[in-house]
Design a protein around this ligand. Structure first.
Ligand SMILES: NC(=O)c1ccc[n+]([C@@H]2O[C@H](COP(=O)([O-])OP(=O)(O)OC[C@H]3O[C@@H](n4cnc5c(N)ncnc54)[C@H](OP(=O)(O)O)[C@@H]3O)[C@@H](O)[C@H]2O)c1
Length: 292
Protein backbone atom coordinates (compact mmCIF):
# COMPACT_ATOMS: atom_id res chain seq x y z
CA UNK A 1 0.00 0.00 0.00
CA UNK A 2 1.20 3.53 -0.79
CA UNK A 3 2.80 5.36 2.10
CA UNK A 4 1.36 8.56 3.53
CA UNK A 5 3.70 11.34 4.61
CA UNK A 6 2.60 14.29 6.73
CA UNK A 7 4.55 17.48 5.95
CA UNK A 8 4.23 20.11 8.67
CA UNK A 9 5.19 23.70 7.90
CA UNK A 10 4.05 22.88 4.35
CA UNK A 11 3.24 26.49 3.51
CA UNK A 12 6.66 27.81 4.56
CA UNK A 13 10.02 28.17 2.84
CA UNK A 14 11.29 24.61 3.29
CA UNK A 15 8.02 22.67 3.72
CA UNK A 16 6.54 24.03 0.49
CA UNK A 17 9.59 22.71 -1.40
CA UNK A 18 9.41 19.34 0.35
CA UNK A 19 5.82 18.98 -0.88
CA UNK A 20 6.70 20.12 -4.41
CA UNK A 21 9.67 17.76 -4.69
CA UNK A 22 7.81 14.78 -3.19
CA UNK A 23 5.16 15.18 -5.87
CA UNK A 24 7.75 15.20 -8.63
CA UNK A 25 10.05 12.39 -7.44
CA UNK A 26 7.64 9.81 -6.06
CA UNK A 27 4.52 8.98 -8.00
CA UNK A 28 3.10 6.66 -5.36
CA UNK A 29 3.39 8.43 -2.03
CA UNK A 30 0.32 10.17 -0.54
CA UNK A 31 1.10 13.65 0.73
CA UNK A 32 -0.63 15.42 3.58
CA UNK A 33 0.37 19.08 3.60
CA UNK A 34 -0.17 20.64 7.02
CA UNK A 35 -0.18 24.37 7.67
CA UNK A 36 -1.72 26.82 10.06
CA UNK A 37 -3.62 29.25 7.86
CA UNK A 38 -6.25 27.95 5.47
CA UNK A 39 -5.63 30.63 2.83
CA UNK A 40 -1.92 29.72 2.74
CA UNK A 41 -2.74 26.01 2.44
CA UNK A 42 -5.03 26.63 -0.51
CA UNK A 43 -2.12 28.18 -2.43
CA UNK A 44 0.04 25.05 -2.31
CA UNK A 45 -2.42 22.41 -3.51
CA UNK A 46 -0.99 22.04 -6.98
CA UNK A 47 -1.54 18.29 -7.46
CA UNK A 48 -4.36 15.80 -6.81
CA UNK A 49 -2.12 13.74 -4.57
CA UNK A 50 -1.69 16.57 -2.07
CA UNK A 51 -4.34 16.62 0.65
CA UNK A 52 -4.31 19.69 2.84
CA UNK A 53 -4.79 19.55 6.58
CA UNK A 54 -5.06 22.52 8.90
CA UNK A 55 -3.18 22.16 12.18
CA UNK A 56 -2.22 24.25 15.16
CA UNK A 57 0.73 22.96 17.18
CA UNK A 58 -1.09 24.41 20.22
CA UNK A 59 -4.21 22.34 19.59
CA UNK A 60 -3.47 18.62 20.04
CA UNK A 61 -6.78 17.47 18.51
CA UNK A 62 -5.76 19.05 15.17
CA UNK A 63 -2.48 17.13 15.33
CA UNK A 64 -4.32 13.90 16.19
CA UNK A 65 -6.55 14.30 13.12
CA UNK A 66 -3.63 15.10 10.85
CA UNK A 67 -1.73 12.01 12.04
CA UNK A 68 -4.53 9.55 11.23
CA UNK A 69 -3.42 6.96 8.64
CA UNK A 70 0.04 8.52 8.44
CA UNK A 71 3.28 6.56 8.09
CA UNK A 72 5.98 9.24 8.29
CA UNK A 73 6.25 12.83 9.51
CA UNK A 74 8.34 15.78 8.37
CA UNK A 75 8.40 17.92 11.50
CA UNK A 76 9.00 21.63 10.98
CA UNK A 77 8.14 24.02 13.78
CA UNK A 78 8.14 27.77 13.12
CA UNK A 79 10.93 29.75 14.76
CA UNK A 80 8.92 31.03 17.72
CA UNK A 81 9.45 31.07 21.49
CA UNK A 82 6.86 28.25 21.83
CA UNK A 83 8.60 25.93 19.42
CA UNK A 84 9.73 23.42 22.05
CA UNK A 85 6.16 23.12 23.30
CA UNK A 86 5.03 22.67 19.68
CA UNK A 87 7.45 19.76 19.24
CA UNK A 88 6.42 18.27 22.55
CA UNK A 89 2.71 18.44 21.62
CA UNK A 90 3.43 16.86 18.26
CA UNK A 91 5.57 14.09 19.73
CA UNK A 92 2.88 13.24 22.29
CA UNK A 93 0.36 12.77 19.46
CA UNK A 94 2.86 10.82 17.35
CA UNK A 95 3.35 8.44 20.28
CA UNK A 96 -0.44 8.15 20.75
CA UNK A 97 -0.88 7.34 17.07
CA UNK A 98 1.41 4.37 17.71
CA UNK A 99 2.25 3.51 14.11
CA UNK A 100 4.49 6.34 12.86
CA UNK A 101 7.56 4.73 11.28
CA UNK A 102 9.90 7.72 10.90
CA UNK A 103 10.23 11.37 11.99
CA UNK A 104 12.39 13.68 9.88
CA UNK A 105 12.89 16.81 11.95
CA UNK A 106 14.14 20.15 10.66
CA UNK A 107 16.59 21.51 13.23
CA UNK A 108 19.49 23.96 12.81
CA UNK A 109 23.26 23.72 12.29
CA UNK A 110 25.22 24.56 15.45
CA UNK A 111 22.13 23.84 17.57
CA UNK A 112 24.30 23.68 20.68
CA UNK A 113 25.75 27.19 20.25
CA UNK A 114 22.76 29.46 20.78
CA UNK A 115 19.46 29.75 22.63
CA UNK A 116 17.20 29.29 19.57
CA UNK A 117 19.24 26.30 18.48
CA UNK A 118 19.15 24.82 21.94
CA UNK A 119 15.34 24.65 21.73
CA UNK A 120 15.83 22.50 18.63
CA UNK A 121 18.41 20.46 20.52
CA UNK A 122 15.94 19.79 23.34
CA UNK A 123 13.31 18.75 20.81
CA UNK A 124 15.87 16.41 19.20
CA UNK A 125 16.56 14.85 22.62
CA UNK A 126 12.82 14.27 23.18
CA UNK A 127 12.49 12.57 19.81
CA UNK A 128 15.61 10.48 20.42
CA UNK A 129 14.15 9.37 23.76
CA UNK A 130 10.86 8.32 22.17
CA UNK A 131 12.39 5.28 20.45
CA UNK A 132 10.73 6.25 17.13
CA UNK A 133 13.17 6.14 14.18
CA UNK A 134 14.33 9.66 13.36
CA UNK A 135 16.57 11.74 11.12
CA UNK A 136 17.65 15.24 12.15
CA UNK A 137 18.32 17.80 9.42
CA UNK A 138 20.48 20.66 10.63
CA UNK A 139 20.74 23.29 7.89
CA UNK A 140 22.86 26.41 8.01
CA UNK A 141 21.26 29.84 7.28
CA UNK A 142 18.99 29.75 4.24
CA UNK A 143 19.86 31.71 1.07
CA UNK A 144 16.12 32.49 1.02
CA UNK A 145 16.66 34.75 4.07
CA UNK A 146 17.97 37.34 1.58
CA UNK A 147 14.59 37.23 -0.19
CA UNK A 148 12.33 36.80 2.86
CA UNK A 149 14.02 39.19 5.29
CA UNK A 150 16.37 41.55 3.43
CA UNK A 151 14.94 42.13 -0.06
CA UNK A 152 12.56 44.94 0.91
CA UNK A 153 15.34 47.00 2.54
CA UNK A 154 17.77 46.27 -0.30
CA UNK A 155 15.11 47.42 -2.77
CA UNK A 156 14.29 50.53 -0.78
CA UNK A 157 17.74 51.66 0.39
CA UNK A 158 20.28 49.69 -1.63
CA UNK A 159 21.97 48.57 1.59
CA UNK A 160 22.08 45.53 3.83
CA UNK A 161 22.96 46.46 7.43
CA UNK A 162 23.74 43.55 9.76
CA UNK A 163 26.35 43.11 12.53
CA UNK A 164 28.10 40.25 10.75
CA UNK A 165 31.63 41.72 10.39
CA UNK A 166 33.48 39.69 7.81
CA UNK A 167 32.27 36.39 9.28
CA UNK A 168 31.57 33.72 6.70
CA UNK A 169 28.48 31.56 6.35
CA UNK A 170 27.94 28.47 4.19
CA UNK A 171 24.43 29.63 3.20
CA UNK A 172 22.24 26.84 1.81
CA UNK A 173 19.37 26.97 -0.67
CA UNK A 174 16.13 25.76 0.98
CA UNK A 175 15.47 23.67 -2.12
CA UNK A 176 18.64 21.67 -1.36
CA UNK A 177 17.47 21.17 2.24
CA UNK A 178 14.13 19.93 0.89
CA UNK A 179 15.93 17.55 -1.47
CA UNK A 180 17.76 15.99 1.49
CA UNK A 181 14.47 15.80 3.43
CA UNK A 182 12.77 14.01 0.53
CA UNK A 183 15.55 11.42 0.35
CA UNK A 184 15.39 10.88 4.12
CA UNK A 185 11.61 10.38 3.82
CA UNK A 186 11.37 8.13 0.77
CA UNK A 187 14.84 6.63 0.46
CA UNK A 188 14.97 5.00 3.86
CA UNK A 189 13.68 1.47 3.22
CA UNK A 190 16.97 0.02 4.42
CA UNK A 191 16.96 2.35 7.46
CA UNK A 192 20.17 4.08 6.33
CA UNK A 193 18.92 7.50 7.47
CA UNK A 194 17.77 6.28 10.89
CA UNK A 195 19.46 7.92 13.91
CA UNK A 196 21.41 10.25 11.59
CA UNK A 197 22.04 13.97 12.06
CA UNK A 198 22.90 15.83 8.87
CA UNK A 199 24.57 19.26 8.86
CA UNK A 200 23.33 20.73 5.59
CA UNK A 201 25.29 23.57 3.97
CA UNK A 202 25.86 25.24 0.65
CA UNK A 203 29.05 24.59 -1.35
CA UNK A 204 31.07 27.59 -0.07
CA UNK A 205 31.39 29.87 2.94
CA UNK A 206 30.93 33.54 2.03
CA UNK A 207 30.78 36.83 3.91
CA UNK A 208 27.77 39.15 3.78
CA UNK A 209 29.95 41.64 1.92
CA UNK A 210 30.69 39.02 -0.75
CA UNK A 211 27.01 38.00 -0.92
CA UNK A 212 25.96 41.62 -1.41
CA UNK A 213 28.56 42.12 -4.16
CA UNK A 214 27.20 39.05 -5.95
CA UNK A 215 23.68 40.44 -5.60
CA UNK A 216 24.84 43.81 -6.99
CA UNK A 217 26.24 42.08 -10.08
CA UNK A 218 23.14 39.97 -10.68
CA UNK A 219 20.62 42.69 -9.89
CA UNK A 220 22.51 45.26 -11.93
CA UNK A 221 22.62 48.01 -9.31
CA UNK A 222 24.96 48.98 -6.48
CA UNK A 223 24.05 47.32 -3.19
CA UNK A 224 26.23 48.05 -0.13
CA UNK A 225 26.90 46.00 2.95
CA UNK A 226 27.05 47.96 6.23
CA UNK A 227 28.60 46.19 9.21
CA UNK A 228 26.45 47.90 11.86
CA UNK A 229 27.22 48.08 15.59
CA UNK A 230 25.32 45.92 18.04
CA UNK A 231 23.47 49.01 19.37
CA UNK A 232 22.38 50.09 15.89
CA UNK A 233 21.23 46.55 15.14
CA UNK A 234 19.16 46.50 18.36
CA UNK A 235 17.60 49.85 17.49
CA UNK A 236 16.72 48.71 13.97
CA UNK A 237 15.13 45.51 15.29
CA UNK A 238 13.16 47.43 17.94
CA UNK A 239 11.98 49.86 15.25
CA UNK A 240 10.32 46.96 13.44
CA UNK A 241 8.86 45.68 16.75
CA UNK A 242 10.76 42.39 16.97
CA UNK A 243 10.29 40.47 20.25
CA UNK A 244 13.04 40.87 22.88
CA UNK A 245 13.34 37.07 22.74
CA UNK A 246 14.09 37.15 19.04
CA UNK A 247 16.41 40.17 19.25
CA UNK A 248 18.63 38.39 21.82
CA UNK A 249 18.75 35.25 19.71
CA UNK A 250 19.55 37.13 16.51
CA UNK A 251 22.37 39.06 18.25
CA UNK A 252 23.89 35.90 19.67
CA UNK A 253 23.62 34.36 16.22
CA UNK A 254 25.60 37.24 14.65
CA UNK A 255 28.13 37.01 17.46
CA UNK A 256 28.69 33.33 16.70
CA UNK A 257 28.73 34.07 12.99
CA UNK A 258 31.58 36.58 13.45
CA UNK A 259 33.50 33.87 15.33
CA UNK A 260 33.19 31.59 12.29
CA UNK A 261 30.76 29.05 13.79
CA UNK A 262 28.65 29.00 10.61
CA UNK A 263 31.48 28.71 8.11
CA UNK A 264 31.96 24.91 7.93
CA UNK A 265 31.06 23.41 4.57
CA UNK A 266 29.70 19.86 4.44
CA UNK A 267 29.16 17.45 1.55
CA UNK A 268 25.76 16.24 2.80
CA UNK A 269 23.66 17.60 -0.09
CA UNK A 270 25.81 15.84 -2.69
CA UNK A 271 26.12 12.63 -0.66
CA UNK A 272 22.39 12.31 -0.03
CA UNK A 273 20.93 13.71 -3.27
CA UNK A 274 23.70 12.87 -5.76
CA UNK A 275 23.98 16.45 -7.01
CA UNK A 276 25.97 19.44 -5.83
CA UNK A 277 24.29 22.18 -3.80
CA UNK A 278 23.39 25.58 -5.26
CA UNK A 279 26.03 28.34 -5.29
CA UNK A 280 25.02 31.79 -4.04
CA UNK A 281 25.61 33.38 -7.46
CA UNK A 282 23.16 30.90 -9.02
CA UNK A 283 20.59 31.71 -6.35
CA UNK A 284 21.14 35.46 -6.80
CA UNK A 285 20.74 35.19 -10.59
CA UNK A 286 17.47 33.31 -10.23
CA UNK A 287 16.04 35.73 -7.67
CA UNK A 288 17.48 39.01 -8.99
CA UNK A 289 14.04 40.43 -9.84
CA UNK A 290 12.99 40.44 -6.16
CA UNK A 291 15.78 42.93 -5.34
CA UNK A 292 15.14 45.38 -8.20
N1 LIG B 1 15.88 30.73 8.27
C1 LIG B 1 17.02 30.11 8.48
O1 LIG B 1 18.09 30.56 8.05
C2 LIG B 1 17.04 28.82 9.25
C3 LIG B 1 18.24 28.09 9.35
C4 LIG B 1 18.24 26.86 10.00
C5 LIG B 1 17.07 26.37 10.56
N2 LIG B 1 15.92 27.10 10.48
C6 LIG B 1 14.70 26.54 11.08
O2 LIG B 1 13.72 26.41 10.06
C7 LIG B 1 12.42 26.50 10.64
C8 LIG B 1 11.60 27.49 9.84
O3 LIG B 1 11.47 26.98 8.53
P1 LIG B 1 10.83 27.84 7.37
O4 LIG B 1 11.60 29.12 7.23
O5 LIG B 1 10.65 26.97 6.20
O6 LIG B 1 9.43 28.19 8.02
P2 LIG B 1 8.47 29.42 7.66
O7 LIG B 1 8.63 29.79 6.22
O8 LIG B 1 8.63 30.45 8.71
O9 LIG B 1 7.04 28.71 7.81
C9 LIG B 1 6.55 28.34 9.07
C10 LIG B 1 5.52 27.25 8.87
O10 LIG B 1 4.97 26.92 10.16
C11 LIG B 1 3.54 27.03 10.09
N3 LIG B 1 3.00 27.44 11.39
C12 LIG B 1 3.10 28.66 11.98
N4 LIG B 1 2.48 28.65 13.19
C13 LIG B 1 1.96 27.39 13.32
C14 LIG B 1 1.18 26.75 14.34
N5 LIG B 1 0.84 27.40 15.47
N6 LIG B 1 0.80 25.48 14.14
C15 LIG B 1 1.14 24.81 13.00
N7 LIG B 1 1.88 25.34 12.02
C16 LIG B 1 2.28 26.63 12.18
C17 LIG B 1 3.29 28.07 9.02
O11 LIG B 1 1.95 27.93 8.54
P3 LIG B 1 1.17 29.24 7.94
O12 LIG B 1 1.92 29.66 6.72
O13 LIG B 1 -0.17 28.73 7.62
O14 LIG B 1 1.20 30.27 9.03
C18 LIG B 1 4.34 27.68 8.00
O15 LIG B 1 3.93 26.58 7.24
C19 LIG B 1 12.60 26.93 12.09
O16 LIG B 1 12.46 25.80 12.91
C20 LIG B 1 14.03 27.47 12.12
O17 LIG B 1 14.65 27.36 13.38
C21 LIG B 1 15.87 28.30 9.83
Amino acid sequence: MAETILITGATGTVGREVVRQLVSVDSKVNIKAAGHLLQELEKIIEDDRIKSTQIDFNEPETLRDALKSTDKVFLLTPFQSDMLQYSSNMLAEIKNAGDIKHIVKLSVMGAEFEPGGRLHLQAEKMIEGSGIPYTFLRPNAFMQNFVNFYSHIIKEKGTLSVPAGDGKVSFVDARDIAAVAVQALIGNNDGKHNSKTYDITGPEAISYNYAVNILSEQVGKKISYVDVSKDDAIKAMKDISLDEWLIDIILEGYNNLRKGYFSPVTTVVEEITGRRPTFFNEFAKEHAEVFR
